[in-house]
Design a protein around this ligand. Structure first.
Ligand SMILES: NC(=O)c1ccc[n+]([C@@H]2O[C@H](COP(=O)([O-])OP(=O)(O)OC[C@H]3O[C@@H](n4cnc5c(N)ncnc54)[C@H](O)[C@@H]3O)[C@@H](O)[C@H]2O)c1
Ligand SMILES: O=C(O)[C@H](O)CO
Length: 294
């Protein structure tokens, strides 16, 4: 069960009349929160400092001990401003008063409106307003942002989206976070970049050859690594299980596909019968499945 389905050959499934279900929506905030946690952990060197403390190396406050990056007033870059990317952007903007630069194939009007409104709120309170920019190219995001989080789907257009050339244009003290899919980053190139740029930091939830890391990554102090736990909250995992089970049940019962897979709340109510529909079938259109009325 997952929202990402890059590991499924949807074309082959469609050719064989097989419906492919996924679990959108219930992972959005949970995954965005983990990306925000990785951003903070990398920017403020939390894991390094924790290891230092546990090793008994702390012998008193020092002005230069584990100095990291301040987020307030800096720029957060989001590549892939869909459900999760937009939720992450809102957290970083509202939580840390960061400015936004994003790159997506589509305009995220709702996100832009949110930043504009929040900027006006800050201004009205005598504070520096936050700003947003939709970048014309991914390179613009990489050049300008202080913290960059990757949230696109994995496909041919996003495989090794972060490569040696693009790493080279990022700020030397940037923070890069990936809670999308491992192969979005060329991990061998990333290890080399981390070695050459000790102030560059990453927070990774996903890896190119999961469950393995590329040689050298585990030794890098400027990398925070966690084992694909972005959706690991109880509410989310229960929600994913419910949506997956209701997709299967819906197919068995011959129900239509739900009209708007971004609006899955009716399937999650504990005290009500779920709608007679499959919550999210990604190849519903291609299979010619009927769509339920909302
Ligand atoms: N680490 C985890 O546990 C975890 C959890 C949930 C989702 N994910 C991953 O996150 C991905 C995104 O999930 P979502 O629910 O936000 O999906 P979504 O479809 O809402 O958002 C994906 C966005 O990526 C954009 N995009 C596609 N190709 C692009 C490109 N070449 N350049 C820039 N943007 C591009 C799309 O336009 C879309 O806005 C999933 O497909 C999955 O791979 C990982
Ligand atoms: O795509 C997904 O849903 C995740 O990778 C699993 O949580």
């Amino acid at each position: 069960m997952a929202v990402g389905y890059n590991n499924v050959d949807v074309e082959a499934a469609t050719r064989n009349g097989i419906a492919v279900g996924n679990t959108p929506g219930v992972l959005t905030e949970t995954t965005a929160e983990l990306a925000a946690s990785l951003s903070l952990a990398a920017a403020r060197r939390i894991v390094e400092a924790d290891q230092f403390m546990r090793a008994g190396l702390y012998d008193g406050w020092l002005p230069h001990l584990f100095v990291g990056n301040l987020l307030k007033g800096q720029t957060v870059g989001v590549i892939g401003a869909g459900r999760i990317g937009s939720a992450y952007a809102r957290m970083m903007i509202e939580g840390f008063k960061m400015n936004l630069i994003y790159y997506d194939l589509y305009q995220s009007t709702r996100l832009e409106k949110f930043v504009t409104a929040y900027g006006q709120f800050l201004k009205a309170n005598g504070e520096q307003p936050v700003t947003w920019k939709r970048a014309a190219t991914m390179e613009d995001v990489l050049r300008e942002a202080d913290v960059i989080s990757l949230h696109p789907v994995l496909d041919k257009t996003t495989y090794h989206l972060i490569n040696p050339e693009r790493l080279a244009i990022m700020k030397k003290e940037a923070v890069l976070v990936n809670a999308s899919r491992g192969p979005v980053i060329d991990e061998v190139a990333l290890v080399e970049h981390l070695k050459a740029n000790p102030m560059f930091r990453v927070g990774l939830d996903v890896f190119e050859d999961e469950p393995y890391m590329k040689p050298g990554l585990a030794e890098m102090k400027n990398a925070v690594v966690v084992p694909h736990i972005a959706s690991a909250s109880k509410w989310t995992r229960e929600g994913m299980a419910s949506l997956a089970a209701l997709n299967v049940l819906g197919k068995i019962k011959g129900y239509p596909a739900w009209g708007n897979p971004n609006l899955i709340e009716p399937f999650l109510k504990e005290d009500a019968t779920p709608p007679a529909a499959c919550p999210s079938i990604v190849n519903a259109k291609q299979l010619g499945l009927p769509s339920s009325k909302l």
